[in-house]
Write a protein that binds this ligand. Structure first.
Ligand SMILES: Cc1ncc(COP(=O)(O)O)c(C=O)c1O
Length: 359
């Protein structure tokens, strides 16, 4: 079966080289040399002030909410991976769903303010598929209403908006370095903190709440550390990131040139330097979407209903919200295979199957 996505693994000799040192030092976890180097290389690469490497993108979101002391209602997007909502619920906050824009598929900034109450503490929005939210307007709304902004930037590694890394927007942005992501450490994630005065707090929360300078336990923490084996994968991949993005761009352009007349795609705002992390396509209706999915599957090709269901429809939510755009789009979207190493003849077959079905 052709997968929707496949991890890119670095040359094994590069990894082996880093492992040789680990076998000598035996410093395999607890903020070892490789984790420290990865943090500092990522900080430079992304051009940010503060980055904490953690176990995964979900823990990154949970630590972000904890570090900002968010209690109460969090305005969020229904069109995201479950981890965006489950982290809010895990931290005993309430997700309040704001519908999405049909063009970017991101939280609709024009619908945020009408849902703010005295219980609202934060906005947690996803840059879905790496497409920037309206960060300027969201910042203005947050400032006017005294709210924190957290961006789930799990898909946004390498994206720049107005010449700045997209993760440098918001009070905190989080990344996922899961194996399926453009840049990964097999499992992993990061917290990019753009807020003054809480760096040590994030550092402590990641390490069971223990302050590394004093040894005191000042916060309720968690084990959010990652291992040297994971960090080593990241170090091997980071210097290849430009060529990985270029290859994805090429594959995306091939899809676009043949499929554009049959499907629509989310809009990428101008001033964005995109990372080509996913290839989401939107069909006319649910029937057409399912027909394409079936024809691909019956030819041993996966495609993913990413994201479905719309998160406002989760069965365990107490309150029901209507999010018309998100519900509609989650029934009409598919992510087609896109990964480094996707063979051009496979891509051509996918295009042929879709165009044949839709023409
Ligand atoms: C938008 C979004 N947020 C959060 C996560 C969670 O990241 P992780 O799998 O690293 O916990 C993912 C993972 O795919 C994601 O797509």
């Amino acid at each position: 079966m052709i997968p929707v996505t496949q991890p890119y693994l670095p040359p094994i000799e590069d990894y082996q080289l880093l492992l040789n040192n680990l076998w000598k030092s035996k410093w395999v976890t607890n903020n070892g040399e490789l984790s420290q180097k990865l943090e500092s290389d990522l900080t430079n690469f992304l051009g940010v002030n503060s980055l904490h490497y953690v176990t995964n993108g979900t823990i990154a979101l949970q630590i972000a909410l904890k570090a900002l002391d968010i209690e109460g209602d969090v305005l969020t997007t229904p069109f995201s991976f479950i981890a965006t909502s489950s982290s809010i619920l895990w931290e005993k906050c309430n997700p309040i769903y704001v519908d999405i824009r049909p063009d970017t598929l991101n939280i609709d900034e024009t619908k945020i303010e009408q849902l703010i109450t005295n219980k609202t503490k934060a906005i947690l929005a996803t840059h879905v598929f790496g497409i920037p939210c309206n960060v300027e307007e969201i910042k203005r709304i947050a400032k006017r209403n005294n709210l924190f902004v957290i961006y789930d930037a799990a898909h946004a590694f390498g994206v720049t908006y107005k010449d700045k890394s997209l993760v440098s927007y918001g009070d905190i942005s989080t990344l996922s370095f899961h194996a399926t992501k453009l840049f990964h450490t097999i499992e992993g994630g990061a917290i990019i903190n753009n807020c003054r005065g809480i760096d040590n707090k994030i550092e402590s929360i990641r390490n069971f709440g223990i302050d590394k300078r004093t040894g005191q336990i000042d916060y309720i923490g968690i084990n959010g550390k990652n291992s040297e084996f994971h960090a080593a994968i990241g170090l091997c991949l980071l210097n290849q990131i430009d060529s990985l993005i270029s290859e994805r761009k090429l594959l995306t352009n091939m899809y676009d040139s043949e499929l554009n007349q049959y499907i629509s795609k989310p809009y990428i705002p101008k001033d964005t330097l995109y990372n080509y992390a996913y290839y989401p396509v939107i069909f006319k209706n649910q029937k057409q979407t399912e027909e394409v999915l079936n024809i691909l599957n019956s030819n041993q090709i996966s495609a993913r209903r990413y994201f479905n269901p719309s998160l406002n429809e989760l069965v365990f939510l107490d309150n029901k919200y209507k999010c018309r755009n998100s519900e509609d789009l989650s029934n009409r979207i598919l992510c087609l295979p896109l990964y480094n190493g996707l063979e051009v003849n496979v891509l051509k077959k996918i295009i042929m199957l879709i165009t044949k079905k839709l023409s």
